[in-house]
Design a protein. Structure first.
Length: 162
């Protein structure tokens, strides 16, 4: 069971609250909105941090029922697919790890990715895109393809523009 969220009672516009899960919310004057990255409380250095950021982008942060919409295993599987695709496109990024593609599992979410920091955002975008492509909802297709396009552009061309 996760720790309960304890939002401030009288928030001010722009005030941020980081839940025990690591997800950061911001008060917009009417409601707490999700999806803001707070660099003082969140770091994108290991698999667990990546999965948490993916959950924020796919709006799958509510675990109050004891089950997320997407299992951690499915997100880690998508991350592993991303690492293989990253290796296919840019094997030079794996020089530091002896050209070995890391394979992650849910039992070790504290493991570092082992890639340079500038390639972490494209990895997140790929996982988000892949998860949404698998979704049955047709309205997700355009968003999913946009995330995958950003990944491709960032890895091949070195930029994050779509």
């Amino acid at each position: 069971m996760s720790d309960p969220m304890d939002f401030p009672v009288s928030p001010t516009v722009g005030q941020m609250y980081t839940a025990p899960s690591g997800v950061t919310y911001r008060w917009d004057g009417y409601a707490w909105t999700v999806g803001f990255y707070d660099s003082t409380s969140q770091q994108l250095t290991n698999v667990g941090n990546i999965i948490a950021q993916v959950r924020t982008l796919i709006q799958d942060t509510d675990n109050s029922s004891g089950q997320y919409r997407y299992s951690t295993d499915s997100l880690v599987t998508a991350l592993n697919q991303c690492m293989m695709e990253l290796y296919r496109i840019r094997p030079d990024l794996f020089l530091e790890v002896g050209y070995v593609v890391p394979i992650f599992n849910v039992g070790r979410l504290d493991v570092d990715l082992g890639i340079e920091a500038q390639y972490v955002p494209p990895v997140i975008y790929y996982v988000v895109g892949l998860v949404q492509v698998r979704d049955d909802e047709q309205n997700q297709d355009g968003r999913a393809l946009s995330f995958l396009k950003v990944f491709q552009n960032a890895v091949v061309n070195g930029g994050l523009a779509a």
